[in-house]
Design a protein around this ligand. Structure first.
Ligand code: GDP
Ligand code: GDP
Length: 436
């Protein structure tokens, strides 16, 4: 299901990132502790009452060397393109500035709802300062204070009124949704074309969906698939299309809508930092992952090259140790036919539910083999395990004290679960809960 998207726009220093962080709160991320994976705080999921949505801080999208006004203009355009509702933020202590008017002019042209937030109204006495902002033409201004967390509820209530009322999933449940992510020029569009050009692939529809993303629908061996549109696939030639953070944003949106993510690497150029960051997002989102090394035709190789490249990938992507790797070429079509079977396996494992009794046998055998850790004389006791969710498979282990479940022991249990059930291509999550 596609969540509604809220984008915050406004000139610098009005408090966009402060508000973003307030709304997002302290979200726990499973890869934040993994070295080498940095997190751009420009896009996050968030909740308000019963609403789940995604939020973008457009101020964090670095446009490059453009002049100041051009930067905020482009950020506003990104907001218009990506968001369902725009929060236009101004500074209540400074009144309406010409930069605010610039932003307003762009937003008038958009047919998207705009909610006007007047920030830095830190106490009720300052509320009179909001009236000037009626002049911007977006109706009632909402007084808020990012630093004090005031007024955000009313602002979000207003935003939520404009969320699209979509009826459930974008595609039927039995459709496998996948996307290809990777930095520009690794060959994502070439790969999409190669997949669509496969002999046994029947392309049923290449249609625009809600956000005029270009999803391709296809059938292979009677199974239905959708290739989700990604950054880089639409070459509009706009400046911001090529900025790294914007392409990351597009990749995030695609990951979110996918069951399986193909992380595409350029075999000719090798792995760079940006590849790791992008792969980190797929992992963090809990999607199934296949690592695709493209342009293998262009690599000078002997019998050791593939193994060496694989070792290199495993070293760089420690957190993706469950992801299978395929070496192929969009250009010569070599091994393109192996992709869909790999997507199938990853997708099946992503949705796999295991039997509780077998799961508990596996855990108890594991404990017998490698006794649970102790801390200050207290031993971890494991009572019972159960799978509570799929996509990705998520397990809860009931224990005497979750503090005693060390990372390394959890890792050991994960490996035992993987040995027993496979789960190739999918992350799995394990939580410890206390039971007296
Ligand atoms: P951005 O450039 O729009 O993302 O703005 P920031 O979130 O970085 O905030 C700019 C400055 O305004 C920082 O010094 C913040 O501490 C300050 N600020 C943000 N929100 C408030 C607020 O509600 N009240 C006051 N007094 N200062 C704020
Ligand atoms: P995207 O930006 O990730 O969508 O990348 P493109 O599909 O536009 O490809 C970027 C460049 O790499 C183009 O010049 C392609 O012709 C080239 N390319 C794509 N796949 C292959 C491949 O398998 N082998 C070789 N040698 N070149 C490729």
């Amino acid at each position: 299901m596609a969540k509604p998207v809220v984008a915050i726009v406004g000139r610098p220093n009005v408090g966009k990132s402060t508000i973003f962080n307030r709304i997002v709160g302290e979200r726990i991320s499973i890869v934040e502790d993994i070295p080498g994976v940095t997190r751009d705080r420009i896009y996050s999921s968030a909740e308000w009452l019963t609403h789940d949505f995604n939020i973008i801080d457009t101020g964090g999208i670095d446009i490059g060397d453009e002049p100041f006004l051009e930067q905020i203009r482009q950020q506003a355009e990104i907001a218009i393109e990506e968001a369902d509702v725009i929060v236009f933020l101004v500074n209540g202590r400074e009144g309406v500035t010409s930069a605010d008017e610039e932003v307003a002019k762009i937003l008038y042209k958009a047919k998207k709802p705009v909610v006007l937030g007047v920030n830095k109204i830190d106490n009720p006495e300052m509320r009179d300062q909001i009236y000037d902002f009626y002049a911007l033409g977006f109706g009632e201004p909402f007084p808020i204070s990012g630093s004090h967390g005031l007024g955000l509820g009313d602002l979000l209530d207003e935003a939520a009124k404009h969320f699209p009322k979509h009826g459930g999933n974008e595609y039927a449940d039995d459709v496998i949704k996948f996307s290809l992510i990777g930095r520009p020029n690794v060959g994502k569009s070439s790969l999409v074309n190669a997949i669509l050009g496969e002999d046994r692939v029947i392309v049923s529809n290449v249609a625009g969906t809600t956000r005029d993303a270009i999803d391709s629908q296809l059938t292979y061996n009677g199974e239905k698939y959708v290739i989700i549109d990604t950054a880089g696939m639409r070459k509009k030639g706009k400046v911001y299309e090529t900025t790294e953070k914007y392409s990351v944003l597009r990749a995030l949106r695609a990951i979110e809508r996918s069951d399986v993510v193909l992380v595409v690497i350029d075999g000719e150029e090798g792995i760079i930092e940006q590849d790791k960051r992008i792969a980190g997002y797929a992992h963090e989102a809990g999607r199934a992952v296949v690592i695709v090394v493209n342009k293998w035709d262009a690599v000078e190789k002997d019998e050791k090259t593939m193994k060496a490249f694989e070792t290199n990938i495993r070293e760089h992507f420690l957190f993706l140790d469950y992801a299978p790797i395929v070496f192929l070429s969009a250009k010569t079509k070599k091994r393109i036919h192996t992709l869909i079977p790999m997507i199938n396996t990853a997708s099946e494992n992503h949705a796999l539910r295991v039997e509780t009794s077998i799961l508990n046998d596996v855990i108890m055998d594991a404990v017998a083999m490698n006794p649970t850790p102790t801390d200050k004389g207290k031993r971890l006791r494991i009572y019972f395990a159960t799978q509570v969710a799929v996509k990705p498979p998520t397990f809860v282990i009931f224990v005497n004290d979750p503090e005693l479940m060390h990372f390394s022991y959890e890792r050991f249990l994960e490996n035992r679960i993987r040995d027993a059930f496979g789960f190739e291509g999918t992350p799995i999550k394990i939580f410890s809960r206390e039971r007296k």
